[in-house]
Design a protein around this ligand. Structure first.
Ligand code: AMP
Ligand code: MG
Length: 477
C-alpha cells in the first residue's frame, strides 16, 4: 500500500493565503535511518512499504504521493519576546493530512526538505543529529503520556549540510495533530485581518475542538480550550523536569502538543533557573519560567481573537483577560494533582501546595537529581536533610490509609525511572550521526517504557551530575 490518494489537503483548500505551494529539494542518495513502525501502524500505513525504495523517496521528499500538494505554512512569531511577522516553514513542508486508525486527522510533514519562500537566510536543510534528537525526544515524551508531535522516520539525504562543520543531511517525517500555532493566528491577523483569523479559528475548531463548532461565543471558547490544553501540557513538562528551551509563539501549538525539539533537555539537578539552550542568555525559557511564558503566549493568541470575541472592544478585552488570568488555576490544578500522584497521595488536602513547595525548596538546596529523587521515594527514605519534610509526608500517607505496596506501584507508574538523560542523548546522537545506531536504539528501548524497571538498563537510570554542569543545547538548525 502506497500513500497515493491517501493524503487530504484541507489546509490548502481552506486557508488560501496562509501558505505557499512548494516542492522539496531532491536528496542525492537517501537512506532510511529510523522508521517508527508503531506510529506507522497507528496511521494505518504499511511499514514495509515505507522502508522500501519507493517509500523512502516519499519520506525524503523526492517523490510526491498522488493527490498531495506539498506546501510551506506561513506563520509569525514572538521569538524571545520580539515579534517577527514573517517566519513560516523555512525548511519544512506539509505533505498533507492522514486519517489514523482511530479516525483522527494527522499532519504528515517533512522537516529539512530544502528552501521555501520562508527560508530567509537559512539553507532549508537539517542535519542527521538534530533530527535523531527530535525522534528520540518525541518518543520519550509520548511514552511519558505527554501530548507531542512524533517522528515517523528519519532519512539521511546523502548530501552534506554546512553548519560549524559539514554534517550529514537528513529529512524528518513528522506527524502532528496539526501544525497550527499561536503564530499562525498572528500571521492571519497581521497580514490579512479579522476575516482570515476567523477562517483559521474555524479550521482549528473543526480540527481540534469540534464540540465548539455550533456554539455562540465559540472564539472565546476556543481561547479557553487552548488555554486548558496548554496549561495541562506545561504542567506535565514541569512534572517530568522537561525544559523546552524555545517557547516562541510559533512553537506553541493550538492542539496542545509539544512541538519543536530543538534545544530541549531534561533537567538533572533540580533548579528552577535551569537553562540549556546556548542562545537563551537571559533565561527567558528557564524551567521555572515555563508556565508564565505559556500564559504570555496565550495572551498573544487572545489578542488576535479579540475582534471575534465581541464587537465591543472593551468587552472583548475583559472576556479574554479573564481567560488568560484563568490559566494560573488551570495550570495549578493539573500540576498539583500530578505532584500529589508523584508523592503517592490521592485526596487533595489544604496543605498540599506547601508540602510540595517545601520539598522543591529542599531539592533545590540539596542539588538533587529531580527524576532520581522522585523515583526513589517509593523505596527509600529521603536523606536526613529531608527528615522534617519526610515526617509530614509519611503522616499524610498514613492518613490516607492505603496499602504500602499499592502506593509504591502507583508512584512508580508516574515517576519515570528512564528519561533521555543528557549524557545518554549526546552519546546516542554522536554514534548515530556516525552511522552506529545501536546506542540510540538501546536508549529508545529504555525511554519508551519509562516506568518499567528492567534488567540491563541500570546505566539508563543514573544521573551524571558532573556532566550536567554547563550542559548546552543548540537550536536544531
Ligand atoms: P525554530 O527555532 O526551529 O522554531 O525555527 C524558527 C524559524 O526559523 C522557522 O521559521 C524555521 O522554519 C526557520 N528555520 C530554522 N532553521 C532553518 C534553516 N536551516 N533554513 C531555513 N529556515 C530555518
Ligand atoms: Mg519552530
Amino acid at each position: 500500500m502506497t500513500l497515493d490518494g491517501m493524503l487530504d489537503d484541507s489546509f490548502a483548500r481552506d486557508l488560501d493565503g496562509m501558505y505557499q505551494f512548494t516542492s522539496a529539494a531532491q536528496a542525492g542518495a537517501p537512506q532510511l535511518v529510523m522508521l517508527n513502525t508503531a506510529l506507522a501502524a497507528e496511521l494505518g500505513l504499511d511499514a514495509e512499504w515505507l522502508a522500501s525504495p519507493a517509500g523512502i523517496e516519499v519520506l525524503v521528499g523526492n517523490a510526491v504521493p498522488a493527490g498531495a500538494r506539498p506546501l510551506a505554512q506561513a506563520y509569525s512569531g514572538h521569538q524571545f519576546g520580539g515579534f517577527s511577522s514573517r517566519l513560516g516553514d523555512g525548511r519544512a513542508l506539509l505533505l498533507g493530512e492522514l486519517r489514523d486508525v482511530r479516525g483522527e486527522l494527522r499532519d504528515l510533514h517533512l522537516k529539512g526538505s530544502g528552501r521555501t519562500a520562508f527560508s530567509r537566510g537559512g539553507d532549508g536543510y537539517a542535519a542527521v543529529g538534530p533530527m535523531l534528537r527530535e525522534y528520540l525526544m518525541g518518543e520519550a515524551m509520548h511514552a511519558l503520556g505527554i501530548p507531542t508531535t512524533r517522528a515517523l522516520a528519519v532519512v539521511s539525504t546523502g548530501d552534506q549540510v554546512a553548519r560549524d562543520t559539514m554534517l550529514p543531511g537528513a529529512v524528518l517525517a513528522r506527524v502532528a495533530a496539526s501544525h497550527l500555532r499561536v503564530g499562525t493566528f498572528q500571521y492571519a491577523s497581521v497580514h490579512h485581518g479579522t476575516e482570515m483569523v476567523q477562517r483559521v479559528a474555524d479550521f482549528a475548531i473543526a480540527r481540534h475542538y469540534p464540540q465548539l463548532a455550533e456554539m455562540d461565543g465559540r472564539y472565546l471558547a476556543l481561547l479557553e480550550a487552548v488555554t486548558q490544553v496548554q496549561a495541562e501540557l506545561v504542567a506535565n513538562w514541569m512534572l517530568v523536569g522537561f525544559v523546552h528551551g524555545v517557547m516562541n509563539t510559533d512553537n506553541t501549538t493550538i492542539s496542545g502538543e509539544t512541538i519543536d525539539y530543538g534545544p530541549c533537555a531534561f533537567m538533572d539537578r533540580f533548579d528552577p533557573a535551569t537553562v540549556f539552550s546556548s542562545i537563551d542568555h537571559n533565561g527567558r525559557y528557564a524551567y521555572g519560567n515555563q508556565p508564565s511564558i505559556v500564559q504570555w503566549n496565550l495572551a498573544r493568541l487572545a489578542e488576535t481573537l479579540l475582534p471575534l470575541i465581541d464587537d465591543e472592544s472593551d468587552r472583548a478585552v475583559e472576556l479574554a483577560t479573564a481567560v488568560i488570568h484563568g490559566f494560573v488555576d488551570r495550570f495549578n490544578d493539573t500540576w498539583l494533582a500530578g505532584m500529589r500522584a508523584k508523592l503517592g497521595l490521592v485526596a487533595p488536602d489544604a496543605g498540599d501546595t506547601e508540602l510540595v513547595n517545601d520539598l522543591l525548596e529542599l531539592l533545590h538546596q540539596q542539588g538533587l537529581d529531580f527524576t532520581g529523587f522522585f523515583r526513589s521515594l517509593s523505596t527509600f527514605e529521603p536523606p536526613p536533610a529531608f527528615d522534617e519534610w519526610t515526617q509530614r509526608w509519611t503522616t499524610r500517607l498514613r492518613s490516607e490509609g492505603r496499602d504500602r505496596v499499592e502506593v509504591a506501584v502507583a508512584m512508580n507508574g508516574v515517576n519515570p525511572i528512564y528519561i533521555p538523560r543528557n549524557h545518554l542523548v549526546e552519546e546516542a546522537l554522536t554514534a548515530g550521526q556516525n552511522g552506529d545506531l545501536a546506542p540510540l536504539h538501546r536508549l529508545l528501548a529504555a525511554v519508551t517504557e519509562p516506568f518499567e524497571q528492567r534488567a540491563g538498563f541500570d546505566r539508563y537510570a543514573e544521573a551524571d551530575l558532573a556532566a550536567a554542569v554547563g550542559y548546552q543545547t543548540f537550536c536544531g538548525t
